[in-house]
Design a binder for this molecule. Structure first.
Ligand code: SAJ
Length: 417
């Protein structure tokens, strides 16, 4: 039997920051999309045409495709022509990838298969993860085969996402995509499916190269941010303004240094390079060191604040921004969130006023602390002895500089130079 072309019904497993936008654009392209999520509240929100997190432009598309009956969500994996697995891959222990969510998704898909289906892994994962996902399914359903064009063929592929949070709805459609098939036939099916919504170039390769390419992109960025962060540490000690230093150096036609900050956050750049390290610990010194440099940054920011706080009996610190980067509400793996928590723990006689315009409530570990408050920008600036800028959210750019005159300012993003 030939593959189930044209793959009319698609099930997206995992309706998070990547899965939901993917489901939405597929539905917009005319596919019948059934999303699957383990969280009942996410399923309910989506079926009501709303979204469980903030992402520019997403809610409008979700509301539209749900109203047209092209997108629905449920807890159980359905029968479908194609599956897209978009679940988390955190790390465990010594930074090894935890593939348990991928395995659980595979076990959910296995009983629904009848032959000819495409299963795409979108989750970022270490080299070999797509093969592992296929193994889990083939172990559960040994009557199927990877050999193409038979009645009992299954097709496996890896299509790593490359979208930038905050620009997901644009980049999902415009970015070039890498398509890594476990067989050429699987790659071809995957390419045809993604061509329905993606106008970028669809670059076909094998699954393992695709897995490594995704990790390479994020490791490249991590190494380059580490360079900027290391410069910021050295410049600080030399009493040099690191932002001026970088600006000047970037005038060279072949130099393009990124920006230093309070550390690297998010669930991609701070995580993915470790998958390369764990795949080959002996030969990944540069990538590991970059991770360590970026991970050391928050501690240096904390030390700087504590030094300044020393001269106050009851210091009040305004911590501006706890999202992992500008203009989003995503607090996962956020260095600034950890810095705020750590400062509150250390400044037991002080107060930390968290200003985060993109959230309505503090995350649990901060809310539980007696000396942490979620504050409005104006009142925090008025009350603070020390103003610690950690995220370059737009509202912080517009602050009246006169309000900062009397304050001790620690600007980790170079926003107020
Ligand atoms: N950061 C700096 N200095 C910079 C740039 C970023 O300190 O010059 C920090 C940010 O503040 C943030 C972290 O790095 O804490 C990551 O932010 P980001 O905007 O660089 O990237 P992400 O994590 O939002 O998205 C990345 C993107 N990858 C690349 O740019 C190579 C995106 O395209 C990927 O799809 C995404 O990871 C992912 O899902 O893997």
């Amino acid at each position: 039997m030939s593959p189930n072309v044209p793959l009319d019904t698609v099930s997206v497993i995992g309706l998070g920051y990547i899965g939901l936008p993917t489901a939405a654009v597929l539905a917009q392209a005319g596919k019948t999309v059934i999303g699957v999520d383990v969280k009942q509240e996410n399923v309910d929100a989506i079926n009501a045409g709303t979204v469980p997190f903030v992402e520019e432009g997403l809610e409008t598309v979700v509301a539209g495709v749900v109203a047209q009956g092209k997108l629905s969500a449920q807890l159980e994996t359905p029968e479908a022509d194609a599956y897209i697995v978009s679940v988390p891959t955190p790390f465990k222990g010594d930074h090894d990838a935890d593939l348990s969510y991928i395995e659980a998704a595979a076990r959910g898909i296995a009983p629904k298969l009848s032959g000819g289906e495409l299963v795409v892994l979108e989750s970022t994962a270490p080299p070999g993860a797509t093969e592992h996902m296929a193994d889990v399914i083939l172990q559960a359903r040994p009557e199927f085969t990877l050999e193409p064009n038979l009645p009992n063929s299954l097709y496996f592929s890896h299509a790593p996402e490359r979208v930038l949070p905050g620009r997901i709805m644009i980049e999902m459609v415009e970015n070039d995509r890498i398509i890594g098939g476990m067989t050429p036939e699987a790659a071809e099916m995957n390419r045809d499916l993604y061509a329905s919504f993606c106008h970028g170039e669809l670059l076909v390769t094998d699954a393992k190269t695709a897995e490594m390419a995704k990790l390479t992109e994020n490791a490249f960025r991590d190494v380059n941010i580490a360079f900027a962060n290391e410069l910021s540490i050295i410049a600080d000690r030399q009493s040099i303004d690191v932002w001026e230093l970088i600006e000047l150096s970037n005038h060279h036609p072949r130099v393009n240094i990124l920006q230093p900050g309070p550390g690297v956050g998010g669930h991609c750049i701070a995580v993915d390079p470790w998958f390369i390290v764990s795949a080959d610990r002996e030969h990944s010194n540069l990538i590991r060191t970059a991770r360590e440099v970026n991970d050391s940054k928050p501690e240096l920011v904390i030390e700087k604040v504590l030094k300044k706080a020393d001269k106050f009996k009851n210091p009040t610190v305004a911590a501006l921004g706890i999202a992992f980067k500008a203009n989003i509400d995503d607090l996962r793996e956020s260095p600034s969130r950890n810095i705020a928590g750590s400062l509150a723990g250390k400044l037991t006689d002080g107060t930390v006023l968290v200003v985060e315009p993109n959230v309505d409530e503090l995350p649990k570990e901060l809310a539980e602390k007696d000396n942490v408050e979620l504050a409005e920008l104006d009142s925090a600036l008025e009350r603070a002895d020390i103003v610690l800028l950690m995220v370059d959210h737009d509202p912080f750019k517009e602050i009246d500089r006169d309000l900062l005159q009397e304050k001790i300012v620690i600007d980790t993003k170079g926003l107020w130079r």
